[in-house]
Design a protein around this ligand. Sequence first.
Ligand SMILES: Cc1ncc(COP(=O)(O)O)c(C=O)c1O
Length: 385
Amino acid sequence: MSIDQGLHCTADRVSLTHRAWVEVDLEAIRHNIAAIRRLLKPSTQLMSVVKADGYGHGAVAVAQTALSAGASWLAVATVEEGLQLRKAGIEAPILLFGPTMCKEEIEVIAEHRLQPTVCSLDQARRLSEAGLGLIPIHLKVDTGMSRLGVAWQEAQELLSAIRILPNVTVAGLYSHLATADAVDPTTTREQFTRFAKLVDTLRRQGLRPPLVHLANSAATLAFSDTHFDLVRIGLAQYGLYPSSHLHTVVALRPALALKAKIIFVKTVPPGTGVSYGHTFRTGRRTRLATVSIGYGDGISRALSNRIDFLVRGRRARQVGTITMDQCLIDITDVPEAFDGDVATLLGHDGEECVSVADWAERLGTIPYEILTALSPRLPRIVSQD
Ligand SMILES: Cc1ncc(COP(=O)(O)O)c(C=O)c1O
């Protein structure tokens, strides 16, 4: 085991020095990439989406693992994220999902061979006029997400205009699906049809870019006709499902666990108010454990009194308001638990498991937000086995 960024230490040192941490199982990521690859035609490439620090798992470790497991492309949101991968010695092609805003960014893009997204002629011109050599770009088409991208009806005209610029080459054409995770396929079908028609028109005119891509994780699992030349896989490579109805398609393994130490244990009488605001009051003589993790580490305060932690393979109710650095659990029914024990917030302990999806459901959000909220204050401890 080694810590991906920041401190480097062995598993023993980790258990001595860390109050709370994220464990990342790279073997699970390898398994997930291989499982997803089996859903693809051999000629379809897989792009590993590692923006937002690899959805909180550590971008460099995830990128290296995904590439070794069958991904051939990487995607990030920002120039800084792309640069971080290059600085780690990663040579694979990298797509920037965000458009390029300024001269300084264009210089980094050219020097570090990042491939930017382009949505307008102005953006393409800025890249070309920088005069920094031929920059491969991916033209983004809005087929119904209404976020980034040229309107699908105008894409052919824009592509033709960009093709005559001297210093850019259109390496890719792509679009993003708004509802691929929904059970109802109507909107995805509509977006797919618009995109497929555009691709077909461009092909007939000899203008089809080499790399055409549309599918995110949900579409990759649910709609094989959206695969085109490449699929862009984020959530699924981390072992999570974009929607519960996709569980049957492929067996994924969650790669992330969240753990923290119990740092203090005491027994309090019935009727004791617990933590800020006394949002919990004990109903019995209670063994309370203080766990060294809080909302400053990215676990939502809105989860207060609503989740279980796992201690010695058993569930222990989180009680009272979660504070910035600590929170409390009721370990009355785990009498052998003491300070120094590890509490699992997300992941397995024995037969018990708490999933990211459980938290997302309780908070009325999606797993993406739970993962990316985990603070950089939590060391990422990476395990290969
Ligand atoms: C353009 C684009 N493609 C692909 C993805 C990956 O999506 P997912 O994590 O659902 O696979 C994202 C993520 O937000 C995205 O913005």
